[in-house]
Design a protein around this ligand. Structure first.
Ligand SMILES: [Zn+2]
Length: 65
């Protein structure tokens, strides 16, 4: 096997594996995997419908984000 041909595939599947593991961990923790919004105070991703950040209790305005 030529390493120059194999290496990109390792990187490709490695990246996909990491994304899958992160998604599984976030799902297991009850965090939104995609979508949602980022809290401006603590930069944590919370559900789009959230009115209060679950991490720092920052209150979201209904109009923004
Ligand atoms: Zn927060």
């Amino acid at each position: 096997m030529n390493m120059m041909l194999v290496l990109p595939w390792y990187l490709f599947w490695g990246a996909i594996s990491v994304l899958c593991i992160v998604a599984i961990i976030r799902f297991a923790l009850g965090l939104p995997v995609t979508g949602g919004k980022v809290c401006p105070e603590c930069k944590s991703r919370v559900f789009k419908e959230a009115k209060v950040c679950r991490f720092c209790q920052h209150k979201f305005d209904d109009n923004s984000g």
